[in-house]
Design a protein around this ligand. Sequence first.
Ligand code: MTE
Ligand code: MO
Length: 382
Amino acid sequence: MGAMRFRTVLPRLPVPVLRGRLHDARTATVVGRALGAVLAVCFVTGVISHYLQQPPGWAANVLPSRPVWGYRLTQGLHVASGIAAIPLVLAKLWTVYPRLFVRPVVRSVLHALERLSIAVLVAAVLLELFTGLLDTAEWYPWPFPFRQVHWALAWVVTGSLLLHIAVKAPVIAANWRRAVTVNALDGPDRRSFLVGLGAAVGAVTLATVGQSFGPFKNVDLLAPRHPNHGPQGLPVRQTAAQAGVTRERLAGWRLRVLGPEPYELSLPQLRSLEQHSVVLPIACVEGWSKDAHWTGVRLRDLLDRAGAPHGARIRVVSLERGGNYGVSVMGASYARDPLTLLALALNGAPLTPDHGAPARIIAPDRPGVLQTKWVTLLEVLP
Ligand SMILES: Nc1nc2c(c(=O)[nH]1)N[C@H]1C(S)=C(S)[C@@H](COP(=O)(O)O)O[C@H]1N2
Ligand SMILES: [Mo]
């Protein structure tokens, strides 16, 4: 009896009937392949970012330190493609959402599995883009660790996306090219939709990419960082005060180098060593980056003096206690690179406390989080 009533009520639910060209398979295919391309770039650059930041043991010493702008480019692309994916995902969902209301809800086991995989894909991709976008603004209003969850979700998105593409392959293939027989009504509505979507993608990209791409820095209206804002012409993510690095803690600073022949240096002693100047970017995982002039002592000179073997990895320890950035490990390819400095000066002036005074690491082709500030100890690892 109850079931009967239910059955008669169901069809009267206000189910939207949206069958126009904006919701057809051709539009879904055109938007979907643009989204697929953008997500592929985002995934590949994200994997690069992950392994540069946390290299697996075998890779630690062989990661390339060239080109010096490599990470700057891949991370810039990662954040830009992630941002571009947001309007594309929304447009894709809008195009296909009438399919949410197809009846019967499930036709078969296979159909149920397909719907389930799409639910997983949609949930994962929305959460992935949302957490990534908020990370660019350093905003973490959730109880889980960002990096691990963002990494795991990337695989969920990629797996369910590949499954989705496989299931839809016939539909995608059939709609890849524009139908030859275009009826008189076909065209303008779809074209305006796609042009509008392209404009939205262009607008969010233009308004944010300036945080890493100099020529657009004056229009980075939506970017959380402006590359010119900050002391000494370089942004600062975490100030000395925020890191708990106080004047008292910096007083009496010395650099300790632990290796086969350990030694200590005061700041004047460090300044009396051979100084080198390099132009290298800081490239933050959050998507901003900026070139700067750095002057200091070559890390490899400091390591040679401690009798470090050429293949050794180095642990770099900051005065900063706690937090995620106080210690970094550097593989041999970076440590031996002539461009890698223990920098004492930035853009022609001694480092300010916010930039890691008196000494910080700057190395080519490395994520910003590993460019440790307020360095007090270099330890040659066995
Ligand atoms: N000790 C220490 N080193 C650090 C940081 C930090 O917070 N503490 N920030 C890192 C990050 S995330 C980046 S991008 C670069 C530049 O950060 P800054 O903007 O805080 O100077 O320095 C890195 N080195
Ligand atoms: Mo960073």
